[in-house]
Design a protein around this ligand. Sequence first.
Ligand code: ADE
Length: 416
Amino acid sequence: MSKVKDISLADQGRRKIEMAEMRMPVLMKMREIHSKKKSLEGISIAGCLHVTKETAVLVETLKACGAKVSWSGCNPLSTQDDIAAALAKNGIDIYAWKGVTQEEYYWCIDQTLKGKPQFTMDDGADLVFTLHKKRKEYLSSVIGGTEETATGVHRIKAMAQEGALKYPIIAVNDAETKSDFDNVFGTGQSALDGVIRATNILFAGKNVVIAGYGHCGRGLTSRAKGLGANVIVTEIDPICALRARMEGFAVMTMDEASKIGDIFITATGCKDVITQRHMQSMRNGAVLANAGHFNVEVNAADLKFISKSHREVRPENEEYTLRNGNRVYLIAQGRLVNLAAAEGHPSEVMDMSFANQMMAILRLSKEGKKMKPGVYEISRDQDQEVARLKLASMGIKIDSLSDEQLGYMNNWQEGT
Ligand code: ADE
């Protein structure tokens, strides 16, 4: 069963998936190995991740390895309808289309639970939340799960701390081969891509304000700087703020930055980063976008409240005319700009993120029943294996320690 917007888009989606496969060699290598062994034979998985060409490569890898998969999107605006159609045509149980309402969003998640999944794969933890709050009847068959994103990991850690989490979940986000690449280079490129597709604005010479200097913020600042912008960082963490300053960026409060910024991109994971107080003092023509998982960082209700009118000027770009006469442009309604206004992270970084997802689900399928409820890390060995495979796919060889060097590294007695 499936529900997608337009099944006739399947061929277009298939062409994109085939191109993504070519740029995801690590995941494809895992498909080759584990489809022969049928490593996931007989297990059932419900997934709630952005429906993109890269996710399609993951879903079809799980299927090729023997899993029964059902899928929904994890954001109302991020589903690529041609990709959803291609997956549906390939017999995947998928419930996703771009522009779902809040009610439809949770209806889609509910459909994926009907097959009584043993494993969950989540991006943002809405599936985990649904299972723990509204659909508890499906909890007993769940063995384990994975979580893709920093915001989701934050939420499940809070659940685990309160003793509310009922099964083990592997925090894929926290693998180095995920967060040091996907969050940095993926978000850095794809969020700017989203702003550019929605505005065609020139970054060179602009004051670009990046809220948050975590992995995503670091990627955003470096890419914006590369395009010639004057980059300003806002932070609440003194260490992150200091790091931003010493890496060459201006650091100030949002109250100060709001007066001089031309383009604002939030990447904090927190709400109310940009509110009406800031919007009131912005320059005429300011552009606002959010690269965090949820649409809470730019307060869109505030923007509407202080505006006398608004209209769509381009796809995913709404112009608000404030009562003070200034115009402010909100991209993708304040939702995840890289997926709502562009195509998400490029395949090359999702290759490593989803190779980690595969590692995690393979481990859960073997050991999940023995693992207690809680949040688990990807092992160092698995993380390094993903990096090794990625380097090999890029034709890069690295040095290895000689026995003498190994001995030296493990010897605490040698010194000056
Ligand atoms: N998150 C960010 N970019 C993505 C992509 N291309 N596919 C799936 N999830 C993503």
